[in-house]
Design a protein around this ligand. Structure first.
Ligand SMILES: [Zn+2]
Length: 585
């Protein structure tokens, strides 16, 4: 077995030789990284090799990509692969393809090479290292074939880094302490779903309650004191021995959107449970109570109202929501009663801010920023505030053939102009985005000018001033263009949520923890809302983001991350807990 100290103490030639299988037929990567020795950790070694690759010329990068074999390609059939590639392809059963799979792969290889001029590269051992299925590989292959060349080049390099990471783990016999269990638990939770075809876990359904029970069991096994509160939050407390200890809180949500991903929300519950289990196994206590809250609801799928779990904890739960009905006409009050919850106890869930030291949430990024920076972890600076509106436009429905263009009051054309206005205005602000995600022509016909049109408007920004200025400009523009087009407009405000800045003192301590695991404390904004946003009403908050694979896609079954990233995030959280100092002022 090779060790880090072997790598640090060998000659330059010896170093390159030990790492010869890590980057396919490309010893220059290890040659250039050799000078950066000694490496303090395997993470530092990994980052140094990745840095060489990032600094290499485009021709060198393309050369590395082209040094890889096709999947189940000619070289594989002829037995000409490197030992590493042979093992990896076999792990996914690529050597066992049936004739149909084999011919599909050959066709994909051919089309891919013809389009991009290099072979398709995929870390076939996958997010956990256990190996993707042949069907996963074929589906990914077909999907990536549609990409643009520049995006595929970047993705190929990322896959190569992932392959290298897995090969280094093998070479150095790395046993991840947390990552595999976290990934396995996310997989187990994903098996409970409201749908037979995808992952959907809506508030207070059977799948939702099974998920809660499973989380409670894992929390208990990890040594926590556990209860499920009246709104369905699963609360686990790892108690301190210190008299008068206060509580540091973490958590995230366990509900999902329809057809969602396995890690959104759940990572922020499973990861701290894994860390607490580790502390408990070592008999290690913290000088504060550490509380993991699995929030019952954040996404708003069933009752069209979000943050039900965290607003109950902050005492901001709107009790009138209990009368809200789902698509089947079941009220929230009845859904809670059917699940054995006492809705009258919800008000009592509210926590005393004086008992709280802060709230820190781990969450998958749900965007491409960390992925494109090659950073496994990031520290959130603020959660963007958002404004949501429903716009109802009224024009005049009239004959598509007989109404001259200059005499129309076309609600759909007005909507189109609004969409472009939103796009144009929101391209101009710092950390500002604007989206029209719903567009509807009620009772529209192919041969009738749209007499009505409804559209949604979602505007988010890190700064409330920037957001409000954009909202003002857009609404003013809407009024002007509707007046010009003789369109009636009705504007309904659906939501206005202030930005939640993360607490600098918590960000600084998270930053030190991230540095202590060998990574730079990169900071980024969260465009998505999170439970931390609600928690900010009663305590200081911070968030740790983990890299989101597959181009940063989330709220989608393609959402993915690696066991290695989960592992390093858990080590960062552990370091954060061990070094945690309460706010002094
Ligand atoms: Zn989430």
């Amino acid at each position: 077995m090779t060790t880090l100290s072997d790598l640090n103490s060998s000659s330059d030639i010896g170093f390159v030789d030990l790492l010869h299988g890590i980057y396919e037929h490309s010893p220059w990567i290890a040659q250039r990284a050799a000078a950066a020795r000694p490496f303090e950790s395997i993470t530092a070694l990994k980052r140094a090799l990745q840095h060489v690759l990032a600094q290499a010329s485009p021709a060198e990068q393309l050369g590395l990509i082209r040094a890889h074999p096709e999947l189940a390609g000619k070289a594989a059939i002829a037995g000409q692969l490197t030992a590493e590639s042979t093992r990896e392809q076999a792990k996914s059963g690529l050597n066992l393809c049936n004739p149909e799979e084999f011919s599909t792969l050959q066709r994909l290889n051919q089309d891919y090479n013809a389009k991009f001029g290099f072979p398709f590269i995929l870390a076939v051992k996958g997010p956990t290292g256990a190996g993707l299925t042949r069907q996963d590989i074929i589906t990914t292959f077909a999907r990536r074939l549609k990409n643009r060349r520049a995006d595929e080049l970047a993705e190929s390099l990322r896959q190569i880094k992932r392959i290298a990471e897995l090969r280094l783990n093998d070479l150095l016999d790395v046993r991840l302490a947390f990552g595999p269990a976290i990934m396995q638990h996310a997989e187990t939770l994903a098996s409970w779903s409201d749908s037979a075809y995808n992952l959907t876990c809506a508030y207070m359904t059977l799948a939702h309650r099974q998920t809660a029970d499973q989380l409670a069991e894992w929390m208990r096994e990890a040594g926590m004191q556990v209860h499920i509160d009246a709104v369905g939050n699963v609360v686990g407390r790892y108690l301190s021995d210190e008299p008068g200890a206060k509580t540091l809180m973490t958590g995230s949500h366990y509900d999902t959107v329809r057809n969602g991903g396995k890690y959104d929300g759940r990572l922020g519950i499973l990861l701290p449970i894994a860390v607490v289990r580790h502390l408990q196994q070592r008999g290690e206590k913290l000088p504060f109570h550490f509380e993991v809250v699995a929030f019952a609801e954040e996404e708003g799928v069933r009752f069209k109202s979000t943050f039900l779990g965290s607003t109950a904890v902050t005492g901001k739960f709107d009790l009138s929501l209990l009368e809200q009905r789902d698509a089947e006409g079941v009220s929230m009050r009845d859904a809670l009663a059917a699940a054995g919850h006492d809705a009258t106890a919800i008000a009592a869930i509210a926590r005393d801010p004086a008992d709280l030291l802060g709230y820190v949430e781990v969450h998958i990024e749900q965007g491409p920023v960390l992925l494109e920076r090659d950073s496994p972890l990031g520290i959130v600076t603020a959660i963007a505030g958002s404004s949501r509106y429903l716009l109802k436009l009224g024009g005049l429905a009239s004959h598509a053939g007989t109404t001259p263009m200059g005499m129309r009051r076309d609600a759909a054309s007005a909507a189109a102009e609004i969409i472009l206005l939103v796009e144009q205005r929101c391209s101009q602000g710092e950390a500002l985005v604007g989206t029209v995600g719903q567009l509807h022509v009620p009772n529209g016909s192919v041969n009738v000018i749209a007499g009505a049109c409804q559209l949604s408007l979602d505007i988010r920004a890190a700064s409330d001033t920037v957001r409000q200025a954009a909202v003002d400009d857009i609404l003013e523009g809407v009024a002007a263009l509707c007046a010009r087009r003789q369109i009636d407009v009705d504007i309904e405000l659906l939501l206005s949520a202030s930005a939640a800045p993360c607490a600098p003192w918590l960000m600084a301590q998270l930053g030190e923890a991230v540095e202590s695991v060998g990574l730079e404390p990169y900071r980024l904004l969260s465009g998505a809302g999170h439970d931390a946003m609600a928690m900010a009403a009663i305590t200081d908050v911070a968030m740790l983001f983990t890299r989101c694979g597959n181009g940063g896609i989330s709220h989608n079954p393609l959402e993915t991350m690696t066991a290695d990233d989960a592992d390093i995030a858990a080590h960062a959280l552990l370091a954060f807990l061990r070094q945690f100092q309460p706010r002094t002022t």
